[in-house]
Design a protein around this ligand. Structure first.
Ligand code: HPA
Length: 269
């Protein structure tokens, strides 16, 4: 797919049709994108009805690692609802275009989901957030200079990250802090000066994924819950340099705890 091919909503509809056919589930209620550190939640949410390799669904790409396609899972939840877990996020920095970035969210909406749970691993600007801390996203600053919306599509982003859903999350863990997520293009991590800029602008979390997806989810009419796992203190906040390996390891060690937290939150949605 290129930026000029076809209609992104039509492609999302085709993807949703394939998911409905392969899973036997006509309508999903809740969709989740599981970022770094959140993957184990898929096993805790409920009973997996179906797993589909993402590259067998229109518009999705394989992960680029041979034999490791992301999975799209349909899960039956204890409260009788169905969740769609999209394990195939396309990042803006992959240069596949904003349509590719928004496709998973648009597909989720086309399957019927009215709630989009967006999770990620991210850098923390608040010093008290130790690596492994989950935080709620209360708002965002989009520094990608891009938007998933095309043409004169004027969408209100007030309360983009639903206060109602944040309250539900806090009813599971009253200690959950929240912050403003700042999306940079990446894939390089920020410089300390860029982190200071983000902080001065009112940001608390730095990452490379969620703001553009949230905008597409809002356009699709979904209610959004955003959760970041702080995998590291952002550049310059801690005296130590950032290492991708440490980011991944922090995600892995926090995974059991935050995945359980997420499963408990989803059970209340
Ligand atoms: N910056 C941006 N993205 C990230 C970071 C970070 O410090 N950590 C994990 N993802």
């Amino acid at each position: 797919m290129t930026e000029t091919d076809g209609n992104p909503f039509e492609l999302a509809k085709q993807a949703a049709e394939v998911i409905a056919k392969r899973s036997g589930i006509k309508t999903h209620d809740i969709a989740l994108t599981l970022g770094s550190g959140w993957g184990k939640a898929a096993e805790l949410l409920g009973e997996t009805v179906s797993e589909i390799p993402a590259d067998e669904v229109p518009g999705f790409f394989s992960s680029g690692i041979p034999g490791h396609s992301g999975l799209i899972r349909s899960i039956s939840l204890s409260q009788g609802k169905h969740a769609l877990v999209v394990g195939a996020r396309t990042h803006f920095y992959e240069d596949k275009g904003v349509r590719a970035v928004a496709h998973s969210v648009r597909t989720a909406a086309a399957t019927g989901a009215t709630i989009m749970v967006l999770t990620n691993g991210a850098g923390g600007i608040k010093e008290q957030w130790k690596p492994g801390t989950p935080v709620l996203i209360s708002d965002h600053i989009n520094l990608t200079a891009s938007s998933p919306l095309e043409g004169a599509t004027f969408i209100d982003l007030t309360d983009l990250y639903s206060a109602r859903l944040r309250e539900i999350a806090r009813s599971v863990d009253s200690g959950l802090d929240e912050g403003v997520y700042v999306q940079f293009r990446g894939p390089h991590y920020e410089t300390p000066a860029e982190v200071q800029m983000a902080k001065t602008m009112g940001g608390h979390i730095v990452g490379m994924s969620t703001a553009l997806e949230a905008i597409a989810a809002r356009e699709a009419g979904m209610e959004i819950l955003g959760l970041s796992l702080i995998t590291n203190l952002a550049a310059g906040i801690s005296p130590n340099p950032l290492s991708h390996k440490e980011v991944i390891e922090a995600g892995q060690s926090a995974e059991p705890v935050i995945s359980k937290l997420l499963a408990e939150i989803v059970a209340k949605l």
